[in-house]
Design a protein around this ligand. Structure first.
Ligand SMILES: [Zn+2]
Length: 286
């Protein structure tokens, strides 16, 4: 049976998590988690996300209730593994590196061994210090019914590591490193990203471009630019000529457009999902 991994991008919405000089932990958690989702789906793993946009999964309530809700989502879906992704902060600005946390009750059990493998795989893929396993009585580790790990992907309080977090290539290395380890844990063959320029099915591309044009018809001027930018990324990948280039969207419009591609992703066929991926990747890379 196809295994299910629940990916939980930590914090979100009104809760930014740790804040660095330039970045908010909640944003980086989401970016790396979406890349991890893509890598696992490519490898044939079913993925359940606790959030795919900048929100708290539980629309109203306390942070504690939100954390309980995230665990409940995974429990209800019968997930095989729960992976919460965070970045850490320290009073010592030179502290850096990746670590993976498990619940103290899992000491000496397979979850601890898996956490070692995940930490090493991320650290190797992204050339980071491997801080190994830590034990913590975190709510998402406590409330989940399945094996659960919490990745601390680096220290946002370390200037050099924070600078790397702003780079999509670094987050991609971390996500692919985690995916390779997680596939090994699930006994699934890890499928690395295909080399070369992205390509997509021409009919699917035309459908996606039509959807973005429809959106642009009733959109604000900033969103018209973002929709055009997304459509052109898909045109480029599908070899469809670009007739109108409105340039780069604002960061805010790019974020909104990316959220739109995430929202419709679930309703789409795999061919169309591939096109939305290409658009989202282009928007994220801005
Ligand atoms: Zn956090």
């Amino acid at each position: 049976m196809q295994k299910i991994i629940c990916i939980d991008p930590g914090h979100g919405g009104p809760d930014p998590g740790a804040v660095g000089a330039h970045l908010r932990e909640s944003d980086i958690n989401l970016r790396v988690s979406l890349l991890l989702r893509d890598a696992l789906v490519r490898s044939g793993v079913r993925v359940l996300m606790t959030r795919e946009t900048d929100v708290l999964p539980l629309k109203s309530g306390t942070i504690g209730e939100d954390l309980a809700y995230r665990a409940r989502l995974a429990n209800t879906a019968g997930a095989d593994l729960y992976v919460s992704w965070h970045y850490d902060s320290s009073g010592n600005p030179s502290t850096d590196g990746v670590s993976v946390w498990v619940h103290p009750s899992q000491k000496g059990k397979r979850t601890e061994q898996w956490a070692v493998a995940i930490s090493t795989s991320i650290a190797t893929a992204a050339s980071q210090k491997d801080r190994g396993v830590n034990f913590g009585d975190f709510q998402v580790l406590r409330d989940t019914a399945m094996d659960a790990v919490l990745i601390e992907g680096g220290f946002i309080s370390c200037r050099a590591e924070e600078a790397r977090m702003a780079d999509r290539a670094f987050l991609l290395q971390q996500a692919e490193g985690a995916a390779a380890a997680l596939c090994g844990i699930l006994g699934t063959a890890y499928v690395p990203p295909s080399s070369g320029a992205p390509t997509c099915d021409k009919q699917a591309a035309e459908d996606v471009i039509a959807l973005y044009s429809q959106l642009a018809k009733r959109a604000t001027p900033a969103m018209v630019v973002a929709a055009n930018f997304a459509a052109n990324a898909v045109r480029r990948a599908a070899g469809i000529p670009i007739t109108t280039d409105l340039g780069k969207p604002t960061a805010e419009a790019a974020d909104r457009m990316e959220a739109f591609t995430q929202a419709v992703w679930h309703m789409s066929t795999p061919q169309v999902q591939e096109c939305h991926h290409i658009a989202a990747d282009a928007l994220r890379a801005l």
